[in-house]
Write a new protein. Sequence first.
Length: 139
Amino acid sequence: MFVLPMPITAILLAAIAYWLLGAAWYSLLFGKLWAADQESRGLRLTKPAGAQLVTRLVLTFLGTFLAATAVAWVLQCFSVNNAAVATRLSLVLGLGIAAATLLIGPTWEGKPLRLFLIDALYHLVGIWLCAMVLLQWRR
């Protein structure tokens, strides 16, 4: 049987924080730059509507929930109880896994460096945010 490393409430709140960060990141903070870089590669961006929008929002939340669950496991496995250690682990996860795997695609697809940085930094900050939310249940 699968047992969550922390209360589901903690993981859900961390996932919601990551998800909301994405909404702000790709709209208010870097939306125009991100869209311009996508369009410079010949991708035509259209706003999803109806069921397509709901599907994308749900799948994005599922991704943040899975990431928050993984961060919770790492915090538990290393018995992390303070923000400094959680921040270092977030850097390892964000740079060593998220950014490293995101680098592979752009290398072969010819994506602009700025596009990679926007995406990689979103996940780095999102993983750190998850760790900070989850840390409140580790104390």
